[in-house]
Design a protein around this ligand. Structure first.
Ligand code: IVH
Length: 658
């Protein structure tokens, strides 16, 4: 194992963490995430000297978003270690026994709701404060949004309540509400939520509680902070007490004393799972005695007295109606199965990826077969195995020609993929590249999704990237559903993208093998496209990490007259193409900045100004932040900065320093 591979894994885990918590668009399942984390732990065991303070094993995964006031939790909100097998659960029970040093113990089994943990404070029976788990120590205060949830009690009507009561549970989105929400999103051409958990989490972060009310969220409670007036000695009693007081609780609670009894319960729940009106992703097994829980305590962010037994991804049977290929932006052809529509984990599935020819051969899947499908990471469904071959079912024959442009397909010996070599002329490749150009990974032009781009192409307004920058108010106004405000928003987003640094534009072009790191390295060396047009293939070797293959691709791309013309048009249409030039300024060098509120310029522009002088810009404020830059209508970051003693500067003060 090389250290750089270890560091890459650290980065990868943080990326997935961000996708999960901040963007609510996970790419991998919890199971795969846990596997990666375990791999990291085992590498760190072997090479303790490599561990950085930044490793996901050393830090609680941050999940604060920054739009809400932050509050400290009265008691940390822990997370649960995941287990996936009977052996792992047995090992947990052994650890409990060893820790307590006495006989047998009861365990309280509960469903693991696939939602978002929250805490709620009640004063004299009245709901007064609610917050997300956040990073476990502090969370976002979302009282107003929680108030909108129809089954969350606003006033409790029970006599023997403590004056101050704090209860915890899960906010979730029932399957029906999730389907309705996604159907609406689909109609509007917006990206869909990956699963109900992400939809619930995203809904809680809405700034308008009235919108939250429309989302159909629900809550279920499962714990209470100890108080002398609460007469519970076990977790089972907590569940019963919560219910008696008037809280919605979780169904299927069962106290079990043996592994057999625990697994009998797990099996029952797993059978019920597809019929439940909400998503669950496992069973939580908690030591029943509250006193024993207290005695065992926690190890870091995990309690020693509870584990989650996670179900494997939900599966369903379907039939393969046909196998087609999708053409990607680099010409790779991905086989995709058309399925008999089937309902699975919150949505109707009619397509599944088959990855590549090797995978089809491995599965031995043929058209007409009955297959088992599952949602990998609850996002993209995939075919897991063939249940039965269809009589007369026929094997898939890879196409010999591209379905989009008809060009003969090539198969490179060093790749599993087959591809359409018609990079310049293939309409589908061009469309995918255009989409990439404006996507989050590209220039991140908000409002230009797949549907809108399709429409703009259909109307004849966009054929190549440069056309995006020439779009007029009248043209955008012709897109169905675009009113004055959305037209203006899109125009603003397009105009902001004109200031993207050279490296970003280089990456957005979607040249094969050119990731953002390579694009940055190239942009540091050559400052504009004209310089690139003049290069020989060998010149590219001067860039770190560029080998024969990449150099060849880059050379072919930039020496192609058609590409040169397209790029020149980008510049005539207003792209600024300024790579950041470092202007040394001791005030900014090495300092970290966070921006809050609205500035007179787009935030990206301020960030560029700071970075070009050696400063670092971060989204989230911490004790380590050096300066908070204050715009109008500043949010919760201002309070936090004051609490942390972070220096606060106005936009003008910063501009004076510059
Ligand atoms: S107990 C000390 N019980 O799972 C453990 N959590 O990974 C604290 N969850 O953040 C949580 N159902 O969002 C507990 N019956 C249940 C649960 C449950 C779902 C979630 C919760 C928590 C996460 C822990």
């Amino acid at each position: 194992m090389k250290k750089e591979n270890y560091l890459r894994l650290v980065d990868e885990l943080w990326r997935h963490n961000r996708l999960y918590y901040i963007e609510n668009q996970p790419e991998i399942s919890d199971e795969v995430f846990d596997q990666l984390l375990k791999k990291l732990e085992s590498i760190e065991k072997e090479h303790p000297d490599w561990i950085t303070p930044d490793s996901p094993t050393q830090r609680v995964m941050e999940a604060l978003v920054g739009n809400f006031p932050v509050i400290q939790h009265a008691k940390p909100m822990l997370s649960l270690p995941n287990t996936y097998s009977r052996e792992e659960v047995e090992a947990f029970i052994e650890r409990v026994k060893k820790g307590l040093g006495k006989g047998s113990h009861d365990f309280c089994c509960e469903i693991k709701m696939d939602g978002v943990a929250f805490t709620a404070r009640y004063e004299k029976g009245r709901f007064v404060l609610g917050a997300t788990r956040g990073n476990g120590k502090e969370g976002d205060e979302i009282t107003h949004n929680l108030r909108m949830i129809q089954n969350l009690p606003i006033q409790l009507h029970s006599d023997d309540l403590p004056d101050l009561l704090e209860v915890r549970g899960e906010v979730y989105m029932p399957k029906k509400a999730f389907e309705r929400l996604n159907a609406e999103k689909k109609r509007e051409g917006e990206p869909l939520w990956a699963n109900p958990r992400n939809a619930a989490s995203g809904s809680l972060k809405l700034l308008d509680p009235k919108e939250v009310a429309k989302r159909g969220l629900e809550v279920g409670f499962y714990s209470v902070l100890p108080h002398p007036k609460i007469p519970c000695k076990t977790q089972g009693e907590v569940q019963a007490w919560l219910k008696k007081i008037g809280f919605p609780t979780l169904p299927f609670v069962e106290v079990a004393a043996t592994t057999d009894a625990i697994f009998a319960h797990i099996e029952r729940i797993e059978k019920e799972r597809p019929l439940l009106p909400f998503e669950i992703d496992g069973v939580v097994i908690k030591l029943n005695s509250l006193q024993d829980q207290e005695e065992l305590g926690a190890a870091g962010k995990n309690p020693r007295w509870a584990v989650a037994y996670k179900f494997h991804a939900e599966q369903a049977k379907s039939r393969i109606l046909d196998i087609r290929v999708n053409v990607g932006r680099t010409g790779v052809l991905t086989p995709v199965a058309d399925l008999e529509p089937v309902f699975l984990a919150g949505s109707t599935i009619a397509r599944a990826s088959l990855h590549n020819r090797e995978e089809i051969e491995r599965l031995d899947v043929r058209i007409g077969d009955e297959v088992l499908i599952e949602k990998g990471g609850d996002v993209i469904p995939k075919v897991v195995e063939v249940v039965s071959h269809a009589e007369g079912g026929h094997p898939w024959v890879p196409p010999t020609h591209c379905p989009s442009c008809g060009t003969e397909i090539v198969e490179l010996p060093e790749e599993v993929a087959i591809r359409c070599p018609n990079i310049e002329g293939c309409p589908e490749q061009r469309f995918r590249r255009l989409l990439f150009f404006v996507s989050k990974q590209g220039l991140d032009i908000d409002g230009l999704g797949e549907k809108v781009m399709e429409k703009l192409i259909q109307l004849g307004f966009v054929k190549e990237p440069a056309d995006v920058f020439a779009l007029t108010r009248e043209q955008i106004g012709q897109i169905e559903g675009f009113k004055e405000k959305s037209v203006q928003n899109l125009l603003n987003a397009i105009s902001a993208a004109k200031n993207a640094p050279f490296s970003r534009i280089l990456h957005a072009l979607g040249i094969r093998h050119v990731g953002i790191a390579t694009a940055e390295a190239i942009a540091q060396k050559w400052k504009d496209f004209d310089s690139l047009f003049r290069l020989e293939m060998g010149d590219y070797f001067a860039v770190e990490g560029v080998g024969e293959k990449v150099a060849e691709t880059l050379f072919a791309y930039f020496s192609h007259p058609k590409n040169q013309i397209e790029i020149r048009r980008l510049i005539t249409n207003g792209l600024n193409l300024q790579e950041r030039v470092l202007i040394e300024n001791p005030f900014f060098k090495g300092k970290s900045f966070v921006i809050t509120g609205t500035l007179s310029m787009p935030r990206e522009q301020m960030a560029d100004l700071l970075q070009s002088r050696g400063g670092k810009v971060s989204e989230s404020l911490s004790k380590k932040t050096d300066f908070l830059i204050l715009g109008e209508n500043a949010g919760s970051k201002l309070d936090k900065a004051k609490r942390f003693g972070v220096s606060i500067l106005t936009e003008q003060e910063i501009l004076n320093k510059i």
